[in-house]
Ligand binder design. Structure first.
Ligand code: ATP
Length: 207
């Protein structure tokens, strides 16, 4: 049977427990033994560059997954010119892993609305499974809202590949806000990620 591999792209600025817990739950649900976190240079869906530099975002990812065998990190997008198009990443990874694997690209429910605008989205959905997860603080994914954008078959595939994950209501934006306002952000960060942030005063105002 083809090996199932989860791919989870994001800015991870910083990585939070929402990212890790939903990816873990998704892996359990589909029976994947490997989940690869792929930090983006700059997401095509965001106007701004990440706040933290690549080295810090990678270091925080390493700390967040250090006791979890499921996870790996790929710097494939950081090594390419921006913006980070998912289809290019899929092509590169397919070459690397060879034919005998099934790729699942995870996205949170908040991303579903913009999916039709993704670069070469039809080809992308042909090359991998796009798996939409629940996201705390957002409505459940509404696949039928895409009827004008995708054909019926594509919508059925998206529904079939969606994964019921726990609702964790946190975002990196909210964590950066808390840190900037000197509020406690520890609840949604791995303790070593929090320490890393504090040691380097990431996301905090300059005194
Ligand atoms: P920001 O607030 O800076 O936009 P973010 O918290 O949304 O960041 P990203 O790194 O941009 O995090 O997200 C990467 C992927 O993770 C996206 O597909 C996003 O929908 C998903 N995601 C992020 N947080 C959660 C969460 N709490 N639950 C489910 N999915 C999430």
């Amino acid at each position: 049977m083809a090996e199932k591999i989860i791919l989870f792209g994001g800015t991870f600025d910083p990585v939070h427990t929402g990212h890790i817990e939903v990816a873990q739950a998704a892996a359990e649900k589909i029976g994947a033994k490997k989940a690869i976190l792929i930090p983006a240079r700059r997401s095509p869906h965001k106007n701004q560059k990440p706040v933290a530099i690549d080295i810090d975002r990678i270091a925080m990812l390493k700390l967040a997954i250090k006791d979890k065998n499921l996870f790996q990190i790929s710097t494939i997008e950081l090594n390419r010119a921006e913006p980070s198009y998912t289809i290019d990443t899929i092509h590169q990874l397919k070459q690397k892993f060879g034919g005998d694997c099934e790729l699942y690209w995870l996205i949170g429910a908040d991303m579903l609305k913009s999916l039709p605008l993704w670069h070469k989205v039809i080809e992308l959905m042909d090359q991998c499974n796009i798996s939409v997860m629940n996201r705390g603080g957002f409505d459940k994914p509404d696949f039928d809202s895409l009827i004008a954008k995708f054909d019926k078959e594509t919508i059925e595939k998206l529904k079939k590949n969606s994964i019921e994950t726990p609702l964790i209501d946190i975002s990196s934006t909210e964590i950066r806000r808390k840190l900037a306002d000197d509020e406690d952000a520890g609840e949604f960060l791995h303790p070593e990620v929090l320490k890393y942030i504090k040691d380097r005063r990431l996301y905090m105002p300059n005194d």
